[in-house]
Design a protein around this ligand. Structure first.
Ligand SMILES: [Fe+2]
Ligand SMILES: [Fe+2]
Ligand SMILES: [Fe+2]
Ligand SMILES: [Fe+2]
Length: 442
C-alpha cells in the first residue's frame, strides 16, 4: 500500500517544541559512521536550512494572511530551526573541515546521480547530469588537499562507494549568469517527483555553498583558501541553475506546500534507509514533525487558494534521497558528457567544438583565472607529495584519466597553470616507476 502523507496527522504543531537536551544530539563517531549516514546528516541539515529560511521569506513577503496563520508559519520556522541544529550538530568535533567537505561533495555526487535516475522530466535529468560532473570534479580537487594536509585517503570518507577521479575541470565551471539560467518546469504539468527532486538538490547545493563560505577560511594555506573560494562560486552557480528549473509563477502557498512535502519525503527515505539505530530515532521523530507541518500548511493552502493540495503534490510519497553507490551511472555520464557546456536559452552544447567564439562564459573564465586557477594548483602541488594525483577508482576508469582530461579541457580560456594531459601522463609514469623501485626495498 502506498503512503499518502496528506492522510497522516503527524505530530500536532503545539507539541513540537523540544528542550535543549533533545535538540542537541550525541554526535556520531567519524571512525565508525556509515558514509551514507553522514550524507543523510549533511543533506537534512541543508533541507532544514532551506525550510527555515523559506518561512522567513514567506512572512516577509505575504501581506494577505491572518495574524494567527502568520504566527503558525513562524512557529513552523522555529521548529525547522531546532531540527537544523539537531541534524548539523550530529557532526563530531574531530571531523575536520576537509573531511566534512569530502562528505558534502559525496552528497552532491550520489544524490544528483540518484535524482537523475529517477527524474521523469528529460530536460531536468539532463541538467542534473550536467551538475553531477562538476561536483564530481570538486570531490577530486578537495581529495588532493585532504591527502596533503591531513593524510586522509578518499576512502576514509567515501568508503569505496564513490569514485574519486578527474571530472569536468573546475576551471571550466565558471559561466555567465545568463547561461546558468535553465528552462523552468510548468507547475501545472510537472510531477510531484520533479518538484521534490529539484528542491532537494537545490537545498543541498545551497548548504554546500554556505559551508564553504563559513569554513573555507579556516585553513592558513592560501592555495587551499583560494580553492574553497573558487568552488564556493561554482556552488553559487549551482544554486542559480537548480532554482531556475522551478516555475516562478508558483504561489507562495504552493511553495510552502512543496517545501513541507519535500521534508516529509526526505525524512521518509532517511527512515527507510538508516543503519544507525540512534540516528534513525531522529528521522522517525522528524518525519512525524513534518507530517504535522504538512497538515498545517495544507489547511492554509485550502483556506487561501481554495484548491486541493493533491493538485500540487499528488497523493503518494516520493523517494528523493536514496543514498547508494552510483559508480556505474556516474562513469557512463562522465565518459559521455565531460565536454558538455551551457548554451543560451537553456540549451546545451554537446561538446566544446560547438561553442561559438563569442560564448558569454569565456569572458567570465578569462577574468577569474587571469592570474591562475586554484583548482589546477592542487594537482601541481600534490605531485611533490605523491608523484601523481590522488585517485580512487577501478583500473578501467583509472586508465582513462588522461583521455578524460583531454576530452574535458577546453581549447580556449585555459588557465596558464593548467595540468595538461601530457603532464598528467608523466606524473602517472613517475609514480608507477617509483612504486616499482620501492617494491624492491620494502
Ligand atoms: Fe523541518
Ligand atoms: Fe561541489
Ligand atoms: Fe554543487
Ligand atoms: Fe517542516
Amino acid at each position: 500500500m502506498t503512503f499518502n502523507p496528506l492522510k497522516e496527522k503527524g505530530l500536532p504543531l503545539e507539541k513540537q517544541l523540544r528542550n535543549w537536551h533533545q535538540i542537541v544530539a550525541k554526535p556520531y563517531k567519524k571512525q565508525k559512521v556509515d558514509c551514507y549516514t553522514r550524507t543523510r546528516q549533511i543533506l537534512m541539515n541543508g533541507i532544514e536550512v532551506e525550510g527555515w529560511g523559506f518561512k522567513h521569506q514567506f512572512n516577509r513577503f505575504m501581506a494577505e494572511i491572518d495574524c494567527e496563520d502568520r504566527a503558525n508559519v513562524s512557529r513552523i520556522g522555529r521548529i525547522e530551526n531546532q531540527q537544523q541544529m539537531t541534524c548539523n550538530w550530529l557532526c563530531p568535533e574531530d571531523q575536520s573541515v576537509l573531511e566534512t567537505t569530502l562528505g558534502y561533495e559525496q552528497v552532491a555526487v550520489d544524490l544528483t546521480a540518484w535524482l537523475a535516475h529517477n527524474e521523469p522530466d528529460k530536460y531536468v535529468k539532463e541538467t542534473f547530469d550536467f551538475g553531477l560532473l562538476e561536483d564530481f570534479d570538486h570531490l577530486y580537487r578537495y581529495a588532493q588537499y585532504a591527502y596533503m594536509r591531513e593524510g586522509i585517503e578518499p576512502n576514509d570518507i567515501v568508503q569505496g562507494q564513490t569514485d574519486v577521479i578527474i571530472g569536468r575541470p573546475t576551471q571550466h565551471h565558471h559561466n555567465c549568469n545568463g547561461l546558468r539560467l535553465r528552462k523552468h518546469y510548468d507547475k501545472n504539468t510537472a510531477s510531484p517527483q520533479t518538484k521534490v527532486n529539484i528542491l532537494t538538490v537545490l537545498s543541498g547545493e545551497q548548504q554546500t555553498h554556505n559551508f564553504y563560505a563559513e569554513h573555507g577560511f579556516m585553513y592558513g594555506d592560501h592555495v587551499l583558501r583560494e580553492t574553497y573560494a573558487e568552488i564556493k562560486d561554482v556552488e553559487e552557480e549551482h544554486v542559480t541553475m537548480y532554482e531556475s528549473l522551478i516555475d516562478p509563477s508558483e504561489t507562495m502557498f504552493e511553495k510552502l506546500l512543496i517545501h513541507e512535502f519535500t521534508e516529509v519525503c526526505n525524512y521518509y527515505t532517511c527512515l527507510e534507509d538508516e543503519v544507525d539505530d540512534e540516528i534513525k530515532k531522529y528521522w522517525e521523530i522528524f518525519l512525524d514533525i513534518e507530517l504535522g507541518h504538512l497538515q498545517t500548511v495544507s489547511e492554509l493552502f485550502k483556506k487561501y487558494e481554495k484548491r486541493d493540495p493533491e493538485e500540487v503534490i499528488g497523493s503518494e510519497i516520493v523517494i528523493p534521497c536514496r543514498f547508494e553507490s552510483q559508480k556505474t551511472y556516474v562513469q557512463k555520464v562522465l565518459e559521455k558528457e565531460i565536454n558538455k557546456r551551457l548554451a543560451p536559452d537553456g540549451e546545451y552544447y554537446n561538446s566544446y567544438d560547438e561553442i561559438p567564439d563569442d560564448w558569454a562564459s569565456y569572458g567570465v573564465q578569462k577574468r577569474v583565472a587571469e592570474i591562475s586557477a586554484p583548482s589546477e594548483n592542487c594537482i601541481n602541488v600534490v605531485e611533490f607529495y605523491h608523484d601523481r594525483d590522488i585517485v580512487e577508482a577501478n583500473e578501467h576508469l583509472k586508465n582513462k584519466e588522461v583521455i578524460l582530461l583531454e576530452k574535458g579541457l577546453q581549447k580556449r580560456e585555459v588557465a596558464y597553470n593548467t595540468v595538461y594531459p601530457d603532464k598528467l601522463q608523466k606524473m602517472i609514469k613517475k609514480h608507477d616507476s617509483r612504486k616499482e623501485e620501492k617494491g624492491k626495498l620494502i
